[in-house]
Design a protein around this ligand. Sequence first.
Ligand code: PLP
Length: 435
Amino acid sequence: MTTQEHVGTERAELLAEADKRTLIHPHSVIGAPAEPLVLDRGEGAVVWDVNGKSYIDGTCGLWQCPVGHGRDELAAAAAEQMGRLEFYSSFGDYSNEPAIRLAERLLELAPPNMRRVFLTNGGSEGNETAIKLARLAHHHAGNPERFVILAREGGYHGMGGGSLAATGIDRLREGYGPLMPGIEFLAKPHSVRGADVTDRLVGELEERIAEIGPERIAAFIGEPVLGVGGMVPPPEDYWPRVQDVLRRHGILLVVDEVVTAFGRIGHWFGSARYGIEPDLIVTAKGLTSGYIPMGAVLAGERVLDLADGAAFLHGFTYNGHPVGSAVALANIGVLEREGLLERAETLGARLLAALKPLERLDRVLEVRGVGMMLGVELTGPDAATAAAGVQAGARADGVIVRASGTTIVLSPPLVIDEGRLDTLARVLTEHVTAA
Ligand code: PLP
């Protein structure tokens, strides 16, 4: 008998047992499977497990779901496109209508100097693409030695060869042998409780450029707001000053907006929030609200001028996927029609205000956030264990939050109602207070 033939508690137990016997989960310990939370369905800001227990989704899964769970409109867009043309490669001269329409739509919404779109399957692949394109652009323009990528401690760009190499989180990098060479790290752009750190960060950037030699540096990569690194908004003057320095040295700016794009911080692109003029923008997650894996890399004028005429022999089978593109278009339609970008600002301010009093606790280093990207950072030698304990305790009480190192990260769907948002804040407050 298979698990499908059982119902109720028996089904739940069999599924859990089969999960542990068969799957390797991302971010799990090989040979020591965790007790899985087997989810069954979702609606809005709530998901249910196979036992029927409900959870307020305080993280949107992995931040991917601004329009919330269970939207028939997105399912219908996928089904309609699958019935018409499920897939055809977009290598070379092949194309399809949803991909073309999505590219047009993205360029309408993007910062003004963006000119072209490369559609991907997710964030890591987007960053691989952006890093390769930045390097290729300089190579093609006659500067093949210009390949160094500047990245930052605390930055997260994914799990591929280049995207992991540019990720500044040590615990994720260990054990895989040499990663992609030519990546240099700068300090984490974190101003704890508003301390003035921009002078130091910009000074370090100038020094490192001088040491390495600007003629060797292809690009700088960074998230507008550090996500996995702890939901860290930068000081307001950080990005304008960083991009001035980069511009002066002809260094391209790759902005990783895998989390910040599509409303999470109140704008279509987080770059608009911080006055950033990127050369390349990497998106994923919120593009389709995760209903289907998809990402997009947007390329600006400068990089396209440098790369003009270069053969870009890069691509993955499912790039330009018509079903993903159709879902993305439907998702963008929902974000727009329901005013969810504005909602991110209002709800984010409400949640931040509700959690800010936690800063009075010795256990709490900082409560911070911008739009619907918030973090509660714990302190103390056991802070990471305590954060994991908060995650487990809140889940037992029907609220999903996520411990990322020492920070509890929050990014609810933008459709969450005020009542559930307040419950999320109350449950989190209880568990952090007890941590
Ligand atoms: N970049 C950022 C900022 C991310 O947060 C993530 C994933 O969390 C990625 C890239 C990698 O995206 P994916 O997991 O879709 O490959």
